[in-house]
Ligand binder design. Structure first.
Ligand SMILES: CC(C)(COP(=O)(O)OP(=O)(O)OC[C@H]1O[C@@H](n2cnc3c(N)ncnc32)[C@H](O)[C@@H]1OP(=O)(O)O)[C@@H](O)C(=O)NCCC(=O)NCCS
Length: 329
C-alpha cells in the first residue's frame, strides 16, 4: 500500500540512500563531479538541516520510503514580487522500480498545496540534467526551464584551441587600473540580462564592490583590451558559489561573469579568455569548472553549451496568487 506522510527524521537515512543512488547516475556521465555528494552522510546532513523549518512529504510503500520531496518555502521576492519555494537537487528523490512518475506527481500535489497555503507562489526545483524522465515530468506539471548549471572537466593537457585574436586586441589579466572599465562592463551585463529575451531582474541587495568582485583574492579576471578600452572580460572564482549544491566543492572552480562588447562578439575573444581562466584553475589544482546561466539567454547558452555540459536544470512554475483567495491550499 502506498501512503504519503510528512517528511520526518526517521526518513532521513533512507532518503539519503535514494539521493546517493540518483547522484551516482548523474556521475556516470560526469565523473568529475565531487565524490563528497556520493556520501551518505553528506546527503543525510543536508536533509537533516532542512527538516526543522520547512515542510516536506515522504511516500511510503508498505511502510518503506520510496520517495521524498522538500524545499525552502517563503523566500521573499522569489523571482517575482511574491514569496516562493525552492527545492534543491538533494531535496527530492524517488526509488527506481516503483511508479516514479506517479510518486513525484503525488508528492508535488501535496507539497505545492502546502506552499500555496503558506503564501509561496513561485515554485522552483533543481534536478539532474541526466534525468530525462524528470525533465519531462516537470514540463507536463507546468514548469519551465530557468537556469542551467554546467560543468567542464579541467584536464591537465586540455587547452581550448583559441582563434588568434586581432593583433591590436590585447588579452591580459585585469588590474587596478581597469576598475572603471570593469564596472562599466558589469553594468552592461546587468542591463543585457535585464532586457529581452532573458528578463533577469538584478536582485542585488547592495552595490557590488568592483575591486573585490573582479580583483579579490578568490577571483581571477581576464580581459580583452583595445586602445585602453575593455572589450570583454571573463571572471573565474576559486569556488562556485550561488549555484546548484553538487558543484560546491574545493575541487571545482567557477565562472560568474562573462561579457563581450556586442561589436566584437563571435570573433573568438570569449573562447580565448575562457582558455586562460581554465588554465588559472588548472594551476590551482582544480579538476572541474562550473558555470550557471539563464536558459533564455540565447547568446550565453550557445557559448556555454559549446564548452560545458549541463549537470543540473532548474525549472520554475508561477502559480496565480488569486487561487489562494479562492480557497485552494
Ligand atoms: C557569451 C559571450 C561572452 C561570448 O563571447 P564571444 O567573445 O562572442 O565568444 P566567442 O566569439 O569565443 O564565441 C561565441 C560563439 O557563439 C556563436 N554565436 C552564436 N550566435 C551568435 C551571435 N548572434 N553573435 C555572436 N556569436 C554568436 C559564435 O559563432 C561563436 O561560436 P564558435 O566558437 O563556434 O565560433 C558573448 O556572446 C556575450 O557577451 N553575450 C552577452 C552576455 C552574456 O550572455 N554573458 C554570459 C552570461 S551567463
Amino acid at each position: 500500500m502506498v501512503s504519503i506522510v510528512t517528511l520526518a527524521h526517521q526518513h532521513v537515512d533512507d532518503g539519503a540512500k535514494l539521493f546517493v543512488q540518483s547522484y551516482a547516475k548523474q556521475r556516470e556521465s560526469m565523473a568529475c563531479l565531487p565524490p563528497k555528494y556520493a556520501k551518505h552522510e553528506t546527503a543525510a546532513q543536508l536533509l537533516e538541516g532542512i527538516l526543522e523549518n520547512h515542510p516536506g512529504v515522504a511516500t511510503l510503500s508498505d511502510g518503506r520510503l520510496v520517495g521524498y520531496l522538500t524545499g525552502y518555502g517563503m523566500i521573499p521576492n522569489f523571482k517575482s514580487i511574491q514569496p516562493g519555494a525552492y527545492v534543491p537537487e538533494w531535496a527530492h528523490a524517488a526509488a527506481d522500480g516503483h511508479d516514479r512518475e506517479r510518486i513525484y506527481q503525488f508528492m508535488l500535489e501535496n507539497l505545492s498545496r502546502a506552499w500555496i497555503g503558506n503564501g509561496s507562489f513561485a515554485h522552483a526545483i533543481t534536478f539532474f540534467a541526466a534525468d530525462d524522465a524528470l525533465r519531462e515530468l516537470f514540463c507536463w506539471a507546468g514548469f519551465g526551464l530557468l537556469v542551467v548549471d554546467a560543468v567542464r572537466v579541467i584536464d591537465p593537457a586540455d587547452r581550448l584551441k583559441p582563434a588568434e585574436p586581432e593583433p591590436e586586441i590585447v588579452i591580459r589579466q585585469a588590474n587596478e587600473g581597469d576598475l572603471e572599465e570593469l564596472a562599466r562592463l558589469d553594468n552592461e551585463l546587468i542591463n543585457y540580462l535585464q532586457r529581452a529575451p532573458t528578463f533577469l531582474f538584478p536582485d542585488h541587495e547592495k552595490e557590488p564592490d568592483t575591486a573585490v568582485e573582479f580583483l579579490g583574492e578568490n577571483a581571477f579576471s581576464m580581459v580583452a583590451e583595445k586602445d585602453q578600452r575593455l572589450l570583454a572580460c571573463i571572471r573565474g572564482t576559486l569556488r562556485k558559489e550561488d549555484a546548484c549544491t553538487i558543484v560546491q566543492d574545493a575541487s571545482v572552480m567557477g565562472i560568474d561573469f562573462a561579457y563581450t562588447d556586442p561589436n566584437v562578439r563571435g570573433m573568438g575573444i570569449g573562447r580565448r579568455l575562457l582558455d586562460e581562466i581554465l588554465d588559472w584553475g588548472r594551476s590551482r589544482q582544480k579538476t572541474a569548472c562550473a558555470v550557471d546561466f539563464e536558459s533564455a539567454n540565447a547568446l550565453g547558452s550557445a557559448f556555454w553549451m559549446k564548452h560545458f555540459s549541463p549537470v543540473c536544470f532548474s525549472a520554475i512554475r508561477h502559480v496565480d496568487p488569486r487561487v489562494a483567495e479562492s480557497g485552494d491550499g
